[in-house]
Ligand binder design. Sequence first.
Ligand code: MGD
Ligand code: MGD
Ligand code: SF4
Ligand code: MO
Length: 746
Amino acid sequence: MPSSASTTTTFRTCPLCEATCGLKLTLEEGKVTRVEGDPDDVFSQGFLCPKGAVLHHLHNDPDWLRAPQIREGSTWREASWEEAWARVEEGFAPFLSSSNRNAIALYLGNPNVHNFSNSIYMRPLIKTLRSRNLFTASTVDQIPKHVSSGLMFGHPRIIPVPDLDRTDYLLILGANPMASNGSLCTAPDFPGRLKKILQRGGKVVVLDPRKTRTAKLASEHHFIQPGTDPLFLLAVAHTLFAEERISVENIAEHLAGLEQVKAWVEPFSPESVSERCGLSPDSIRHIARALSEASSAAVYGRIGTCTTPFGTLTSWLVDVVNVLTGNLDQPGGAMFPKSAHSRHRPNAAPGGRGFRTGRWSSRVSQKPEVMGELPVGILAEEIETAGEDQVRALITVAGNPVLSTPNGERLSRALKQLDFMVSVDPYRNETTQYADVILPPPTPLQHSHYDIAFYDLAVRNVANYSSATLPRDENQPCETDILLHLIRLFSGQDSSVPLSFVDDFIAMQLVQGEIGAEDSPLSGRDMDEILSALQPHRGAERVLDFLLRAGPYGDGFGANPDGLTLNKLMEAPHGIDLGPLQPRIPEVLATPSGKVELAPESMGEELTRLQEWHNKEAPSLQLIGRRHLRSNNSWLHNLSPLVRGKDRCTLLIHPNDAADHNISDGETVTVKARAGSLQVAVEVTDTMMPGVVSLPHGWGHNQAGASMQVASQHPGVNSNLLTDENQMDRPSGNAVLNGIPVTLQK
Ligand SMILES: Nc1nc2c(c(=O)[nH]1)N[C@H]1C(S)=C(S)[C@@H](COP(=O)(O)OP(=O)(O)OC[C@H]3O[C@@H](n4cnc5c(=O)[nH]c(N)nc54)[C@H](O)[C@@H]3O)O[C@H]1N2
Ligand SMILES: Nc1nc2c(c(=O)[nH]1)N[C@H]1C(S)=C(S)[C@@H](COP(=O)(O)OP(=O)(O)OC[C@H]3O[C@@H](n4cnc5c(=O)[nH]c(N)nc54)[C@H](O)[C@@H]3O)O[C@H]1N2
Ligand code: SF4
Ligand SMILES: [Mo]
C-alpha cells in the first residue's frame, strides 16, 4: 500500500469476541480505511476473523446513535445530553429512597465484559444502585462454570482453561470454536491452535448433536443427545475408577473428596447411560481410556454444556475428569491463567472464605442469588407481579434481552409495563425500543481497551493496552462518564459534584482496600504516595495502572522497579507476552479447606435430580442453538458485509426427521414449544443428529420500534420465542437454551 503523509498505521485489540485479536488499522485523512490482523501481536500473530475486519464499519454505521434519544409515546427525538440526564434523574426520582431501591432493576449485557470502562465501572454502579434485582447475560451463558469453580476452587472466577498449545488430547463438549473463536478460553486463532494439536500428533474429539465445522476438523466426532453430557462424563469417571485409571498424584495433597466421587459415579456405568446419551458403551470407554493414556489431555465444555438443565453439574464434571486423569494444573491439561492485573498475594496461605450462593432470593419465585445476581429468566415476573419491591424501572447497559433471553415475547410485554427505562446502548433495537431514554456510548474506535475479563481466561499470560484510535465526536461523553453519572445519581450525590470527584473516590477506595489488606505486598503503604504515582492517569486507566503495578508482574510501586506499569504497556503496541501458563495449585485455591473440593455437597443433590431426569423419557424432537462466524449474538446484523449472502437463520433438520414430518428443504414450518411458536424455513442436512433441530439465536429484527436499517432487511426469527423462562439449572439459575422440546408443523 502506498504510504503518504496522511496515511498512518495504528494498532488495537479487537473488542468483539473473547479471542482478543490484535488489529492493524490503516488511517487515511483521519478515517480508518482498512483493518487487518496485526502480524506482530504477541498473542494473535496476524489472525483475524470477518468481524474484526469490519470493526470500522461499526464506527461508520449511520444507525449508531450519536446523541441521546428521548421517547414520547411511540415517537423518538434526539436530545442534548443535559436534557437527557434531566429526564433520567426525573424518571428515577420516585425510586431513589433507600426503601425503594429494589424497584430499579439493572440488566448488564455481554459487551460490558468486552468494554474496558464498563468492566471497571460496572461494579461501582451495582454497589451504588443497591438493588437486589441485578440481572446479567451470565445467566444465559456461563454462570454454571462460575458456580462449579466457586464450589471446587473457592472462587467463581478461578476457572481453569484448556492449555491448547501444549495438550495432546482435547475433548470438546458443546463448543464450536471454529465459529465462536472460543469462550471461557481466550485463544486468538483457536482454529489454528486446534490444527496444531493435530499436526503434532495429538487428538481433538468433539461431542455435539451437530457435526459442526469444529467436529469436521476433529479427529473424532460423536453425536450426543442434548443435555446428556453429565451422564456421559459420569460414565467416563466411572470407567476411570473401574479400570483403575485414576491418577491424581500431581495434586493429591491438595485434594478432598475423591472417595465420595468414586461412590457417586458408581451407578453410572457406560451401559446405563449409553442409550440416553446416544453414544455406545464402547465409545465412552474408548474416550475415557484415551483421556487417561494421553501424555496430556484437557476436557473443555462450553455453551452446549452450560445452557442445559444440569449446567453446573456438567461444568463440575468437566473438571472432575480433568482432576481424575491427572490433568488439572498440569501443562497440556486444564490450567489457571495468571493475568497481569490479577490479585497478587505471594505470601498468603492457600485457602479463603469459599463460595456461597442464596444469600437472598428473588421475590416472586424465590430463586437464589448467585454472585449477587438473579436469573434473567425471572425478570419478566418481577415486573409483572404487583407488591412491595415490584420492579418498576429498568436500566439496561449493553444488552438486548428481548432477543437473548428466554421467552422474549413475555419480556417484551413486561418491558412495556415499566414506569421508566433507560438504556445505555448505541442502537435503538428490539430491547432499547422500550426505553424512555437511550444514552449512546462512543464507537469501539473511540475508546481505549484492555481485556480485564479475558486475560484471566487466556491460554497464555499476556497483556495488551490500546488507546483510542479516533477522537470522540463533539459533546459525546466517554462511557466511563456515562456510568459515573449514573453512579453519582444512585449514590445520592448532587449533580453539582464533579464526576472527577466520584472517580477519585472510586480510585481511593480501591487503593485503600489493597493497602489495608494484611497479606498484600502493598500493606501499610501510603495512600497519597500511591495516588500520586498513578498520575496523570484517570478513569479506567488509573484503575488499570494500579492493578498492573499491584499485580503479579507489577513494579509494586517501587518494590520491583523493572516490573510492569501501564506506561510500559502503552509502549508495547503489540502487547507483552508473559509466558505460558504455570501450575498454580495451591496458590489459587480459596476454599475454606485450602484444597480442591472434588465432591461439593450440592453436586450430590444434583446427581439425585439427574437420576430422576434420566429415568424420564427424552422428548422426541429437541431444539438446540448455533453460532455463525459472521454474527455476534444479536448486534452485528446491521453491518452489510456480515449479513450478505443466503439467509442464515434457518432450522437445520436431519433428512429422516424431515421425511417423518413430510417437509422438504426450503419449506417453512411452524415450530412450537411450551413458551411460544414461530415460523422458519428448514434446511435439511445430515450434519444434524436425528431427533435434534438447530436454530441460531440473536435474530428477529422485524420489530417496528427498532431502527436498524440493514438488520431489518435480514430479520430472521427470534429463537428465544421458543426457550422457556421457567426452565433453569438449579444451582446457578442459568437458562436452559438447548434441548428444548419442540414440535413441527408444515
Ligand atoms: N461468531 C460468533 N462468535 C461468538 C459469538 C457469536 O454469536 N458469534 N458469541 C460469543 C459468545 S457471547 C459466546 S458465550 C461464545 C460461545 O461459544 P461456543 O460455546 O463455542 O458456542 P457455539 O458456537 O454456540 O457452540 C455450542 C455448541 O454446542 C452444541 N450443543 C448444543 N447443545 C448441546 C448439548 O447438550 N451437548 C453438547 N455436547 N453440545 C451441545 C451446539 O450444537 C453448538 O455446536 O461465542 C462467542 N463468540
Ligand atoms: N437461544 C439462545 N440464546 C442465547 C444464547 C444462545 O446460545 N442461545 N447465547 C447467550 C449468550 S452466550 C449471551 S452472551 C447473550 C448475549 O445477550 P445480550 O448481551 O443481552 O445481547 P447482545 O446481543 O450481546 O446485545 C448486546 C447489546 O449491547 C450493545 N452494545 C454493543 N457494544 C456496546 C458498548 O460498547 N457499550 C454499550 N453500552 N452497548 C454496547 C448492542 O447494541 C446490543 O444492544 O445471549 C444469550 N442468548
Ligand atoms: S476472532 Fe474475535 S477478537 Fe478476533 S477478529 Fe474476530 S471478532 Fe475480533
Ligand atoms: Mo456469551
